[in-house]
Design a protein around this ligand. Structure first.
Ligand code: AMP
Length: 413
């Protein structure tokens, strides 16, 4: 199927041509006609499937039809709520690209930066607003945004939204939205709490599903290195010696871990930067921009920060640790091989994580190929329950010591 067969208007088709999109992805082919038909959608799709365009394109078309020809102050007709700033910015950039041949006005708002510029944009009027929940409610309470004219509401990445603790914000928001509206609800996973939330939002939705989360994108080749905890650093450097890995996203479970990996890579003259929740918004944007432009080779990210990253044709993903939630692994590797491109995912597993690998393999119903050409093979055994208890105690002790020392140092200052 081609985009031309989807009943799209010329301004949208021309914009898609500029992006060199010829064929809709499966979620686009399914969702676009339903949204154009003004029905509610329950979309189950993982990242990289093209779901942003699946909702953005028909929204642009519908708004263009109603509002595009009118002059005067634009009314806010569509609200798209998404959990992270990066994702919000990317959705807005997509809307900018797809609506470039229309007169649609759009804006993006998110927290962590001063509100002044965002308020200025809102004052000039927008048809489509992309927002993260906190800043949205904040600006509503200050009277800069009214949702009274909203006809279309999109809740994006609903599962991540709940993971990040936004449930109360979403409930507040639902009370402010007009009852008469079209709603689109997207989530990569559909556990019970998500299904319940979707019931509060949607009216007779049509379910649109592409590849369940357990089916790791088929285009992604997955490799696994078993190693020891203390060898991970050296193994990562060894893997990166291969110049073919020119643009690599490395996942770290913790923020400190991400910073540590970057420091180690820099010591070996490998250009790297970290993005995570402790970094200021402009630092994150700068790191992402340098990565996209190829100025840094390795971007190290935590799961939440990485969720919004969209890099065209990102080929390599390295799991520096193995997530204990198997679905997180699937999300991570989904950052490579986007929209039908080929991707390669490499996992580095220490003894304590062997069990996580087994859970992942069960979820994705396939064995990950083990790399035997490995100068740092796993020689240690996972800790026994007693050793683990001891180790946790020791960790706790070190933590207390660290904080006590810090307190003393501060008191001396
Ligand atoms: P998303 O899942 O919305 O984050 O999109 C994943 C990536 O696929 C983005 O880089 C999009 O620009 C790209 N993309 C979306 N739709 C298409 C399409 N029909 N053809 C080619 N690339 C696309």
């Amino acid at each position: 199927m081609k985009f031309e067969e989807l009943d799209l208007i010329d301004p949208v088709l021309n914009a898609l041509r500029d992006k060199q999109y010829t064929h809709p992805t499966p979620i686009q082919a399914k969702a676009i006609p339903i949204v154009l038909d003004r029905k509610d959608v329950l979309g189950c799709a993982q990242t990289g499937t093209g779901k942003t365009a699946a909702f953005a394109i028909p929204i642009i078309q519908l708004i263009h039809r109603i509002e595009g020809q009118k002059s005067g102050f634009p009314k806010m007709r569509a609200l798209i709520v998404t959990p992270t700033r990066e994702l919000a910015i990317q959705i807005d950039e997509n809307i900018r690209d797809y609506s470039k041949y229309t007169k649609i006005k759009h804006a993006v708002i998110f927290g962590g930066v001063k509100q002044h510029k965002q308020v200025e944009q809102l004052r000039r009027g927008v048809h489509i607003l992309v927002a993260t929940p906190g800043r949205l409610l904040d600006l509503i309470s200050q009277g800069y945004i009214s949702l009274n004219d909203i006809k279309m509401f999109v809740l994006d990445e609903a599962d991540r939204m709940l993971d990040m603790g936004f449930i109360n914000d979403i409930k507040k928001l639902l009370k402010l939205l007009p009852a008469q509206r079209q709603s689109l609800f997207f989530s990569a996973t559909m556990p019970d709490n998500i299904v319940q939330l979707s019931r509060q939002i949607l009216d007779h939705p049509i379910k649109v599903e592409v590849a369940a989360v357990s089916s790791a994108a088929e285009t992604i080749q997955q490799y696994l290195y078993y190693t020891n905890r203390t060898d991970k650093k050296s193994l990562l450097i060894h893997i990166l010696k291969n110049p073919i890995l020119d643009q690599v996203l490395v996942f770290s479970r913790t923020k400190h871990g991400a910073d540590r990996i970057v420091r180690n890579l820099k010591k070996k003259n490998i250009q790297a930067a970290a993005i995570h929740g402790d970094k200021a918004q402009n630092q994150r944007q700068k790191a992402l921009k340098s990565f996209k432009e190829g100025k840094i080779r390795v971007l190290v990210a935590t799961d939440i920060a990485a969720r919004g990253i969209d890099i065209d044709k990102l080929k390599y993903v390295i799991n520096y640790d193995i997530p204990n939630v198997a679905e997180t692994y699937v999300h991570r590797i989904g950052r490579s091989g986007r929209a039908g491109e080929e991707g390669i995912a490499i996992a580095i597993c220490e003894p304590e994580e062997n069990a996580h690998i087994r859970a992942i393999e069960k979820l994705i119903k396939q064995k990950i190929k083990v790399v035997n050409d490995n100068p740092f093979p796993q020689t240690e055994k996972p800790m026994t329950a007693a050793e683990k208890k001891e180790w946790n105690k020791e960790k706790q002790r070190r933590k207390q010591e660290f904080f006590a020392n810090r307190k003393k140092a501060r008191a001396r200052r």
